[in-house]
Write a protein that binds this ligand. Structure first.
Ligand code: GDP
Ligand code: MG
Length: 162
């Protein structure tokens, strides 16, 4: 009965990369193409002496209903179990329709949300990340899951909610 941290976001924003970054090992499957199926989604993680479950959502496949629907459905399941949700967006792309749909699901769940502005690989990206204050989710945390930039501050913020 460790606390559960769910990593939620549309395909390709870097959720699995972030999970691997937090785990400190490559366990979650990272793919350049969205829609990768994977069996394991729960990972035991630790930060600053605190243990928690990290849930990598995904594993959806594109169905006739369209990927946005599948993402929302996956998110609903993950969020139900979560004590806190890391909502991951691609800071370079900005907010898409799918992001907005997901956000609706997240808000409805009334779980605490920590906004992750991923793919901020260098300082230039910070401006795009700052634009995400507009979502009304509080401080956007700029990170580069790929390089590790900002991930410590993000984890501190997530654990502060638990
Ligand atoms: P997921 O579908 O949300 O799980 O996304 P993945 O973790 O599979 O990553 C999708 C693609 O984005 C991969 O090619 C990653 O290498 C890339 N990616 C993930 N995080 C970053 C990042 O911080 N910076 C950059 N430049 N690319 C990233
Ligand atoms: Mg993934």
């Amino acid at each position: 009965n460790l606390p559960v941290v769910a990593v939620v976001g549309r395909p390709n924003v870097g959720k699995s990369t972030l999970v691997n970054r937090i785990l400190g090992r490559r366990e979650a499957v990272v793919e350049d193409v969205p829609g990768v199926t994977r069996d394991r989604v729960f990972y035991e993680a630790e930060w600053a002496g605190k243990d928690f479950w990290l849930v990598d959502t995904g594993g959806w496949e594109e169905k006739v209903d369209g990927i946005a629907y599948r993402v929302a459905e996956q998110a609903e399941v993950a969020v139900e179990l979560a004590d806190v949700v890391m909502f991951v967006v691609d800071a370079n792309v900005g907010i898409t329709t799918t992001d907005e749909q997901l956000l609706k699901v997240l808000r409805r769940s009334q779980r605490p949300i920590v906004l992750v502005a991923n793919k901020v690989d260098d300082q230039r990206g910070e401006l795009e990340a700052a634009a995400l204050w507009n979502l009304g989710l509080g401080e956007p945390f700029p990170v580069s899951a790929l390089h590790g930039r900002g991930s410590g501050d993000l984890l501190d913020a997530v654990l502060a909610v638990l």
